[in-house]
Ligand binder design. Structure first.
Ligand SMILES: NC(=O)c1ccc[n+]([C@@H]2O[C@H](COP(=O)([O-])OP(=O)(O)OC[C@H]3O[C@@H](n4cnc5c(N)ncnc54)[C@H](OP(=O)(O)O)[C@@H]3O)[C@@H](O)[C@H]2O)c1
Length: 339
């Protein structure tokens, strides 16, 4: 069957999406980016993937987050992206900010994992083939590798940028001291690290508490938050238990054992608070992350257009009162001092 031609919505930059500058750089990201870790692999319906991606672009979400091994199976989210890019987005390439990464297990043998120069450079070449792109906008070291000299991993990022295969360099999930080293190393080679990717959500605030957010901001870099909805736990998805078709029901990176009595207590209280603010829990959870002005963008995962439209509304959340912020802390950390 011949696929209908796609033409992006003319009002895509006038429908309310706001853009934040990444540190001291020319990168401007939409407050919501679309993440392709789950839901865009070979096991997922291509028509749905395409619909979500087009809806994103039509609503000003020009930032797409990939990694070599997103799927399942590994590499297939990049293939899906490449398919949709070729059919729909190629004329809009210069408007798009496309990220990929390497650092987790991808292919067998000693060079298909971690942070060697050999792995990072070979993996990016493979990502470009799968996506059909000439270059990505940012290439991340996906994780810190304590066994490979940091200089080797970082010099690979410098050389990748100098080769033109990525425009910018980034790091993800690096601990504080290594982050400090990376920021300095890359800046001194005129390839500044312009984005740090870490998990930040109402439950998991380690990047704030460990000083990473401050370090990133102080270095003139931006921060993108992944899993802002704690993979769905900070939505009403599991408020009555495991729902059919959910990430947990599919056994993908969430386990039913996470649905403890304490979890149900928290999620119900958070849900009530969200409803009292006139929004759903997913919207409030995203609004909470974006309330931190050090955050450049939140990367959301979605298995439907309606989830993505919640995310877009979440970026337009009403301001939080001091009392509401305190209430969120006391729901999540009942025995800890509020932050
Ligand atoms: N750098 C890294 O190491 C790293 C690690 C993890 C993620 N990431 C990036 O961050 C992206 C987002 O991570 P994530 O998928 O864990 O994000 P998330 O946004 O915390 O969770 C996404 C899941 O939440 C559920 N959901 C979303 N909106 C909802 C709504 N309105 N109502 C109910 N449920 C809703 C969906 O679950 P169902 O699928 O069950 O519907 C969705 O798949 C990834 O795709 C990836 O690009 C990066």
């Amino acid at each position: 069957m011949i696929e209908a031609l796609y033409r992006a919505a003319d009002n895509r930059y006038d429908c309310g999406m706001k853009y934040r500058r990444s540190g001291r750089s020319g990168i401007l990201l939409p407050e919501i980016s679309l993440g392709m870790w789950h839901n865009f692999g070979e096991v997922d319906p291509l028509s749905r993937s395409k619909e979500i991606m087009r809806y994103a672009f039509d609503h000003g979400i020009c930032s797409f987050d990939l990694a070599n091994n997103y799927g399942p199976g590994y590499g297939t989210a990049e293939e899906t992206f490449g398919y949709v890019f070729n059919k729909s987005f190629r004329p809009y390439r210069d408007e798009m900010f496309i990220a990929t990464k390497a650092g987790y297990d991808m292919y067998p043998g000693p060079y298909g994992n971690w942070g060697s120069r050999k792995y990072l450079i070979a993996s990016l070449d493979q990502s470009l083939k799968r996506t059909g792109l000439d270059y990505v906008d940012i290439f991340y070291s996906h994780r810190y590798d304590a066994d490979t000299p940091l200089e080797e991993t970082l010099q690979a990022l410098v050389d990748i940028v100098r080769s033109g295969k990525a425009l910018y360099a980034g790091i993800s999930r690096w601990p504080l001291e290594a982050t400090r080293f990376a920021m300095k190393y890359l800046r001194e080679r005129d390839t500044p690290c312009l984005l740090y990717q870490g998990r930040l959500n109402m439950i998991d605030r380690e990047v704030a508490e460990s000083g990473i957010l401050d370090e990133v901001e102080g270095s003139g870099s931006g921060f993108v938050s992944f899993s802002p909805l704690a993979q769905g736990l900070l939505t009403d998805r599991y408020i009555n238990g495991v729902t059919e078709g959910s990430r947990m029901s599919l056994g993908r990176s969430l386990k039913p054992s996470q649905l403890t009595d304490e979890y149900f207590r928290q999620v119900k209280a958070l849900n009530d608070l969200a409803l009292s603010r006139g929004q759903n829990l997913a919207e409030m959870a995203l609004g909470w992350v974006l309330n931190d002005k050090r955050v450049t963008s939140v990367i959301v995962g979605c298995s439907s257009v309606s989830q993505l439209s919640d995310a877009i509304r979440g970026a337009d959340s009403p301001e939080f009162t001091a009392e509401e912020l305190k209430m969120i802390d006391s729901i999540i950390f009942p025995v800890r001092k509020t932050l």
